[in-house]
Structure formats: C-alpha cells, structure tokens
Design a protein around this ligand. Structure first.
Ligand code: NAD
Length: 243
C-alpha cells in the first residue's frame, strides 16, 4: 500500500501498537505525526522513524490539546488524511471493587479522547472532502470480559462512535472504521498473570498471541484507497479468539 503524500496522525504512538502503526505508515511513504503524553518521547520517536515524521505531545482528554494537535499537524504538513485513535489504557479489577475514578479515567481516555480527536479531525477532513479515521477498539468491546467492565464499556462505546461518525461523515468522503485486536503482546499485556495468558492461548484458534504488526496491517487496509467503499465496520484481529 502506498501512502506517499499522505499525512497520518496516530494518538498514543509513543510506544506499543501505536508506534508500530506509525512505523508501518512511514515505511509505506506516509508522513506521520507521533502523538503521546510526553513531549520528549514524541520528538525522540519521530526522529527515530524519520521520513519527515514530527512529534506533537497531546493528552487526548483535553479538548485544547486535541485542537492544537490537529491544527499543528495540518498547518505544518498541509493536510490530515488519516487519523488513528489508538491512545488507550486499562485499569482492570472486578466491578464490585472498581473505584469510580478508574471507571472515569478509562472512559475519558479511551472513549471521550476518541470523540474529541474525531470531532477535531472531521472539521479538517470535511473541508478536504476526504479522510480516513480508524479507531482501535478491542474484542472485549464485542464480548465483554470479567475484570474489565470499564475497559470493555469504553471499547464497545468506541464501536458505537465509529458507526455514528461513519454515518455522519460519509457524504463528505470520510470513512470511519474500527479494528478490534485480541491478545497482542505489548507493555499493556506483559504483566498479565500467567494463568490469564494460558487461558488466552487455549481460546485463540491460531494458538499464538498477536503482534502490533498484525494490528497495523488491518489499520492500513482501512486507511488505504483500496478500502474506499468500506465504512462503519469492525474488523477483529484476534487469531479467532472472538468467533
Ligand atoms: P500501550 O500501553 O503500550 O500504549 C498506549 C499508549 O497510549 C502509551 O504510549 C500511552 O502513553 C498513551 N496514552 C495513554 N493515555 C493517553 C492520553 N490521555 N493521551 C495520549 N496518549 C495516551 O498499549 P498498547 O497495547 O499499544 O495499546 C494500544 C491500543 O490498543 C489501546 O487503545 C488498547 O486499548 C488497544 N488494544 C490493545 C490490546 C493488547 O492486547 N495490547 C488489545 C486490544 C486493544
């Protein structure tokens, strides 16, 4: 896939899946905007990725940060063609023990953050009359998961946001789709107890954890010209975990 001349903004791309997505777009000729919480990190990652990549720090829960991120990306690089809503966190515990602040924090970052970024990006994309938005949901947004009521609610909400935004933006040439990863090996999952990991392995049809590259390939498809007639869809990248 060729992303030459395209500007791609990836939230939460300081590490993990987001960083790999950014690297893959850069390898395919795109100019990427690395965005994450820490200024030094985004600059460092952008310089390592190269290909004209720039780093812009932004907290996705702040409407001001998000407005600045999209304005700066568009004014420095000339357009915003693809936005990947990837920033996300977990605060896992059984619902009966879950603090209200852990509910609010997960919903704020994973769902409200994507709303703020989508809203700011759609202003630019509607004017351009083209654009691609890809949201990183999760299979637990489809299936639910004990110990992840906050996280699965945020990821299910993100699927609702994806479909509503797809309907609102379709007439302006903007598509909105979601990728729902299963168990992917990153910092987020590296501290899972061994019993949880073993349980995943028995339930994953392909009998291996996913990699950030597996997720990036699906994101790139949704962002590509080849997916021009695909909108409002959710693609599980989970080795058969959720089927
Ligand atoms: P990660 O923890 O390695 O990376 C997440 C990044 O998001 C971090 O760099 C973090 O600094 C950033 N971030 C956190 N809060 C932010 C905020 N308020 N504003 C901006 N950036 C913020 O996690 P990952 O495994 O790479 O996950 C990336 C995405 O994929 C998340 O949305 C996650 O929910 C989703 N996902 C991951 C898995 C998995 O198994 N790892 C499975 C399904 C979905």
């Amino acid at each position: 896939m060729d992303f030459k001349g395209k500007v791609i903004v990836v939230t939460g791309s300081g590490r993990g899946i987001g960083r790999t997505i950014a690297e893959r777009f850069a390898k395919a000729g795109g100019t990427v905007v690395i965005s994450d919480l820490d200024d030094a990190t985004v600059r460092q990652v952008a310089s390592e990725i190269g290909g004209g990549a720039i780093g812009i720090a932004a907290n996705v829960t702040s409407a001001d940060d998000v407005a600045r991120l999209l304005e700066e990306a568009s004014s420095k690089l000339g357009s915003v063609d693809v936005v990947v809503n990837n920033a996300g966190i977990t605060r896992d515990t059984l619902m009966i023990r879950m603090d209200e602040k852990d509910w609010d924090m997960v919903l704020d970052i994973n769902l409200k953050g994507a709303f703020l970024v989508t809203k700011a990006a759609s202003r630019i994309m509607m004017k351009q009359r083209r654009g691609r938005i890809v949201n990183i949901s999760s299979v637990v947004g489809l299936t639910g998961n004990a110990g992840q009521s906050n996280y699965s609610a945020s990821k299910a909400g993100l699927i609702g946001l994806t479909k509503s935004a797809a309907k609102e933006l379709a007439s302006r040439g903007v598509t909105v789709n979601a990728v729902a990863p299963g168990y992917i090996e990153t910092e987020m999952t590296k501290n899972l107890p061994e019993a949880v990991r073993d349980d995943y392995m028995t339930r994953i049809a392909l009998k291996r954890p996913g990699s950030p590259d597996d997720v990036a390939s699906a994101v790139m498809f949704f962002a590509s010209d080849e997916a021009a007639y695909v909108t409002g869809q959710v693609l599980a990248v989970d080795g058969g975990l959720s089927m």
